[in-house]
Design a protein around this ligand. Structure first.
Ligand SMILES: Nc1nc2c(c(=O)[nH]1)N[C@H]1C(S)=C(S)[C@@H](COP(=O)(O)O)O[C@H]1N2
Ligand SMILES: [Mo]
Length: 420
């Protein structure tokens, strides 16, 4: 028989580091972190409160959204935290995923590709595992970079992809757990982290295993390989995390498109979409603007009438689904619950918020707990001055723990639905 071509030939991949131990160390990191990605990702769907109004961004997904409760308003930094973890951890795991794929690449070229029914099923599950992982990381990172080259809704694609990835992940983890345990016990990590390249030897060869039948001499120790992955992840961490945490790390967040500071003025913090981006004209926000609040006592309030009302100040961040946060700003405005009372709606069930912007993110529905919170405002000012047009002048929503996208800018109408 002719020898198999290229990578299909056993012995084509010759790294002496490749073997069950290294794969298992990387596998353990993913075993601990991928469930955190899944949990924080699912919480993001809950945070949109899809059960009320038109908030559902993944219609038809049914129970796949795993939404069991309305999103809380305490602690006020909740969404900043869960979404910051989701996006930052996602970026930090990229080097680990790449290393894990490198460590098992000979498997891709197994020959014959399918040896039995059981082997065929295992190969399909690996296709879903690797395909699912690559799909989730690629779509997630493209989304944080505001680049949408995919034909369908990001939210729907990322949600369905997550289920495919997680199903294959759970199966893979269960099947490989004994192998991983045995491999991790086969050498001590402490010892391995002390072994220089000159003493780095290949793991015992097993027919059909990951170890090369024809290994080269080591040019890198396992310590070096793990160090390379860890430094890659550390680099990703420091160039991403500042977009959520703020502080001095923010200046380093150069991988984050909305991450870095924009200046020191009261309105100088991140803007997601400017008024011009979404077609809101300054002329619609001047003297012609009134806030409409239908109800038993319908209200039509000018901006100066709103400014003359009982004003309240809240210290809250805006936290976007893309992972960045503006940090805490000082917002001043009228409490949503006061507006409901004035319009004659007691204990409102929801409020439908409409913006001068038609379509896009121009409307949202807030839940009863969000309306009731004393820090939930129709904000008129930020950091002691009027909102800038790009931050939502004449008035915008700000609610504790709310995903940024539901803090609607350029509000023109609030419709409170009576409770039961
Ligand atoms: N009307 C309207 N409101 C909006 C948006 C929008 O596009 N249109 N963007 C939302 C999103 S996605 C975020 S993260 C926040 C950002 O607020 P900022 O631009 O003031 O930082 O505004 C929200 N409010
Ligand atoms: Mo956002």
């Amino acid at each position: 028989m002719k020898p198999l071509p290229g990578p299909f030939r056993p012995g084509f991949f010759r790294s002496p580091l490749r073997g069950p131990w290294l794969t298992s160390v990387l596998g353990l990191v993913l075993l601990l972190s991928v469930p955190v990605m899944f949990l924080t990702g699912m919480l993001s769907y809950t945070a949109y409160n899809p059960r009320i109004g038109g908030n559902d961004i993944t219609p038809d997904a049914g129970w796949l959204r795993l939404v069991f409760f309305n999103w809380p308003t305490h602690p006020y930094w909740l969404y900043r935290f869960t979404q910051g973890v989701h996006v930052t951890l996602g970026v930090v795991l990229v080097p680990v995923i790449l290393a894990k794929l490198w460590s098992v690449i000979p498997r891709l070229f197994e020959f014959p590709p399918i040896r039995s029914v059981a082997h065929g099923l295992e190969r399909i599950s690996l296709l879903l595992l690797v395909g699912g992982a690559v799909f989730e990381f690629v779509t997630g990172i493209l989304n944080t970079q505001y680049w949408y080259p995919f034909p369908t809704s990001f939210y729907t694609a990322h949600l369905y992809g997550a289920w495919i990835f997680m199903s294959a992940f759970v199966m893979h983890a269960a099947l490989k757990f004994p192998t991983m345990r045995a491999a991790l016990k086969s050498r001590s990590i402490k010892q391995e982290l002390r072994t220089p390249v000159s003493q780095t030897v290949v793991e015992p060869f097993l027919e059909g295993g990951l170890v090369s039948p024809d290994p080269e001499k080591a040019t890198l120790s396992r310590r070096g390989a793990l160090g390379l992955v860890a430094s890659g992840s550390a680099l990703m961490l420091i160039t991403a995390v500042g977009q959520s945490t703020g502080g001095s790390l923010r200046r380093l967040a150069f991988l984050a498109p909305r991450g870095q500071s924009l200046g020191d003025g009261p309105n100088d913090f991140q803007i997601n979409q400017t008024a011009a981006d979404v077609g809101v004209r300054a002329s619609d926000t001047g003297d012609v603007w009134v806030l409409e609040v239908p109800g038993p006592t319908p209200l039509r309030l000018t901006r100066s009438e709103l400014m003359a009302m009982d004003l309240h100040t809240s210290h809250l961040p805006i936290a976007c689904v893309e992972g960045w946060s503006t940090g805490t700003q000082r917002w001043t405005g009228v409490r949503l619950r006061d507006l409901a009372t004035m319009a004659g709606v007691s204990q409102p069930h929801t409020v439908f918020v409409e913006s001068l912007q038609r379509g896009g993110f121009g409307s949202t529905t807030l839940a009863a707990n969000q309306i009731d919170h004393p820090d939930s405002l129709l904000a008129l000012q930020v950091n002691g001055v009027d909102l800038s047009l790009d931050h939502g002048y004449p008035a915008r929503i700000i609610v504790p723990a709310n995903p940024g996208v539901h803090n609607t800018k350029w509000v023109r109408k609030l419709t409170f639905a009576p409770g039961h």
